[in-house]
Design a protein around this ligand. Structure first.
Ligand code: ADP
Length: 282
């Protein structure tokens, strides 16, 4: 196995509060996190809201300036690169969001939305862009002739497909999927996960798949990392995570899955840290 992403002691702390307080307070959104993602694998990151998953994902993509640590991509450190050198990685490392339209102009047609990264990064003729966009629509299970429609004409699942088309437009190697299926109905979630797995097989993609639902994350991932209060408290093959959780918080997550599959292993109140009742000193 070849390592694609090597996360080394990454921290991201945000200052909180304002004013002239001498003791500057900080929230340790990500605190000394280390792990690796192998080429071609899906690494899942799970944890409750606010545990630092998004910040860690954004830090890996260098969308956040690190407080400490380093991220290697294909063996090369990403920090301190000139914007020209970073451009190569911006193409290779893409992102899918929960709401693919939160960051795009809603007056754009879907063809224009998908074409944006092509226009930014490649020198293509209008004709070449048009045919590439239509090819991408087909790749994600949408119709070529929908190119001139607007995002609001599509369902949630279809909109997620448009976001995926945009993310794969530049033939990336690595995709951060941040709560990419969380807002969708279960049956639509399954369709989008199928599409992601299909594209992974065809394009050799590597995913960092972030979600708060351990069942979903476990299903799609080869390995799962559990985030808790800014720390990565456990990494396990996803097949083993239900059987042999090593960290007490992982057991809390397992027990919170509401499908009745898991028996409640919580023995006594306070014995195991819960999201509502974090242990002191963390
Ligand atoms: P998750 O993705 O697991 O929900 P986040 O990474 O979004 O968690 O947030 C982790 C912590 O960092 C939270 O306490 C959040 O409020 C804080 N945080 C995230 N982004 C910022 C920011 N830009 N400024 C200040 N605090 C932030």
């Amino acid at each position: 196995t070849e390592i694609l992403v090597d996360v080394q002691h990454v921290s991201k702390h945000f200052p909180i509060g304002r004013g002239l307080s001498l003791a500057k307070k900080q929230v340790k959104a990500v605190d000394d996190v280390s792990f690796t993602i192998n080429k071609g694998e899906t690494f899942g990151l799970v944890g409750e809201s606010g545990s630092g998953k998004s910040t860690l994902g954004r830090a890996i993509l260098q969308l956040e300036k690190l407080t400490g640590g380093e991220v290697l991509y294909g063996g090369s450190p990403l920090s301190g690169l000139s914007s020209k050198k970073m451009g190569k990685y911006r193409k290779e490392m893409q992102m899918i969001f929960q709401d693919p339209y939160s960051s795009v102009n809603s007056r754009l047609k879907i063809g224009e939305i998908i074409a944006e990264p092509l226009k930014w990064h490649l020198k293509l003729s209008k004709q070449e862009i048009q045919s590439r966009v239509e090819e991408l629509l087909e790749q994600v299970g949408l119709k070529r002739e929908w190119v001139s429609r607007y995002p609001h004409e599509f369902s949630g699942g279809q909109r997620q497909r448009i976001g995926i088309a945009r993310a794969i437009a530049l033939n990336p190697a690595f995709i951060l999927a941040d709560e990419a299926v969380s807002a969708l109905d279960v049956s639509v979630q399954a369709q989008i996960i199928n599409l992601l797995q299909d594209l992974q097989a065809k394009m050799g993609l590597t995913y960092l798949f972030i979600g708060h639902d351990l069942g979903v994350v476990q299903h799609i991932s080869d390995r799962v990392g559990v985030m808790y209060l800014g720390k990565l408290v456990e990494i396990a093959p996803s097949k083993a995570i239900f059987q042999e959780p090593a960290h007490p918080y992982t057991r809390v997550l397992i027990d919170s899955i509401p499908n009745g599959k898991r028996t409640n292993k919580l023995k006594a109140e306070g014995e195991i840290p819960s999201p509502a009742n974090p242990p002191s000193g963390c």
